[in-house]
Design a protein around this ligand. Structure first.
Ligand code: GLU
Length: 466
């Protein structure tokens, strides 16, 4: 039975790299009918916040990354880490270290001065500390006794075989003086207790893995398979940062993206299935494998994400789009309950927008009159137009209010007056929408309603030369 996990540290929002890792871990479990576990690694007490935890849970929820177990919180498992730590000490595989920070700084300074790589020199290993009295009043930390020689090798599911010499690794701290475990220790105890079979995570953790494998071995536990996913870079090849656009997943919610667009795009960040660009999560889960995760970093392309978002907006149900657009409209000062049904409005506009924010912006004139810009009026309110507008108004006041009848009325007026259709449709559009572009004007008027249409025509009429 496959078991994977996502183990974020709640020290900020869920960023793109984290979400992509979560998505891969989730998809791997789902693909194999396994179990996906969520674990909150909140042992960095200074930086972890309840708000960040909530932000991560919200983002997972939004992206549909459902977990079968958890969330587990490391801070609720301190007794367990202490118990395992005590066992390692009792077995001589870990020991107390009383070295002060100043002392360690000095040690590293001297190593550097001698051209050596700074590393803990084992001064509190039991055989070196024999006969030494621990300094009074110092709460010791606990260090893992890393093997002195040999190598650690694993067959990484993404990167292939990776080997580290133990001489590269020193005796890492596993328990702080305050009894809180370090990341490398907590993660191993948890991954053992939670029976992880596959650890899929960012490749910023590659250097931690040999240390963790040594702890697994010291505990006599089976080592899971590891897959280290390359990071995500900006288009310019630099590490992804705010400069490249939103880095928080929920920022995309705020900006009006659909979760299926984000999921689809993130799935393509470092993984591929032939040339397929557009696919559902169901399809992704069926296809997902670790063999097709790229070994080189993925590049984040905001335009492509936007293109996918536009695709999913077109495909989305109007009632859903209306519900999503409503808060954006309210922020724009519109009350969508006063005016045409928002569902109809979004149905009309969804072909033309990239985000829900754009959808709401495009919908504003249905709920609030937008005063046309002076330049637009000058361009379209040409001499002689007034009579045509009056004729149209007369017809519009009396027809059955539907798109076909509106279009017929317009056609009748242009025929009568010998005008080209755009010479009537464009100024009419400017008069009622305040904008130079809109969906087909007959469709807009149908949704806008007769009363509003005529009122807006009247409001602009005085500016139109007869
Ligand atoms: N808390 C670690 C992080 O957020 C988890 C790493 C792991 O998956 O082991 O980077």
């Amino acid at each position: 039975m496959i078991r994977t996990r996502f183990a974020p540290s709640p020290t900020g929002y869920l960023h793109i790299g984290g979400a992509r890792t979560a998505l891969f871990s989730w998809a791997f479990a789902r693909r194999h009918g396994g179990t996906f576990v969520l674990r909150i690694e909140d042992t960095d007490v200074e930086r972890s916040t309840a708000a960040s935890t909530q932000a991560i849970l919200d983002a997972m929820d939004w992206l549909g990354l459902d977990y079968d177990e958890g969330p587990f919180y490391q801070m609720q498992r301190l007794d367990r880490y202490r118990e395992v730590c005590a066992r390692l000490i009792a077995e001589g595989k870990a020991y107390h270290c009383y070295a002060s920070k100043e002392e360690l700084d000095e040690m590293r300074e001297q190593q550097r001065a001698h051209g050596e790589k700074p590393r803990y020199d084992g001064r509190w290993r039991p055989e070196n500390a024999r006969g030494r009295t621990p300094p009074a009043g110092v709460q010791p930390i606990v260090r893992f006794r890393n093997p002195d020689d040999g190598v650690v090798t694993w067959d990484d599911l993404v990167k292939g075989e990776i080997t580290f010499a133990n001489t590269e690794l020193d005796d890492l701290v596993i328990m702080r003086a305050d009894g809180i475990p370090t990341y490398n220790f907590g993660v191993v105890v948890d991954d053992i207790d939670m029976k992880m079979t596959h650890v899929i995570r960012g490749d910023d953790h590659v250097n931690n893995t040999p240390r963790q494998i040594n702890i697994y071995r010291a505990l006599g536990a089976e080592v899971p398979r590891f897959g280290h996913v390359p990071m995500i870079l900006g288009e310019d090849g630099e590490r992804l940062s705010k400069r490249h656009g939103a880095v928080s997943v929920m920022q995309y919610f705020d900006d009006g993206y659909l979760p299926e667009a984000i999921d689809n795009y993130f799935a393509r960040l470092g993984w591929s299935h032939g040339d397929d660009e557009i696919f559902s999560m169901k399809q992704f889960v069926e296809w997902f494998d670790l063999a097709h995760i790229s070994r080189s970093p993925a590049k984040f392309n905001p335009e492509k994400l936007q293109w996918l978002n536009a695709h999913y907006i077109k495909a989305a149900d109007d009632a859903r789009l209306a519900a999503l657009a409503e808060p954006f409209l309210r922020k724009d000062g519109c009350d969508p309950s006063q005016g045409p049904a928002l569902e109809k409005v979004v149905g009309l506009l969804k072909e033309r927008v990239n985000t829900i924010a754009e959808l709401a912006d495009a919908a504003v004139y249905f709920y609030r009159r937008i005063e046309p810009a002076e330049a637009l009026r000058e361009q379209h309110y040409v001499t002689g137009l007034g009579a045509a507008i009056d004729a149209l108004r007369g017809r519009l006041a009396n027809i059955d209010w539907n798109r076909v009848a509106i279009s017929d009325a317009m056609k009748a007026v242009v025929a009568e007056r010998g005008l080209k259709m755009p010479k009537l449709a464009m100024p009419l559009r400017v008069m009622v929408t305040g904008e130079p572009q809109s969906p087909s004007i007959d469709a807009v008027l149908e949704v806008l309603g007769r009363e509003t249409t005529l009122a807006r025509m009247d409001a602009e009429r005085l500016r139109i030369p007869d």
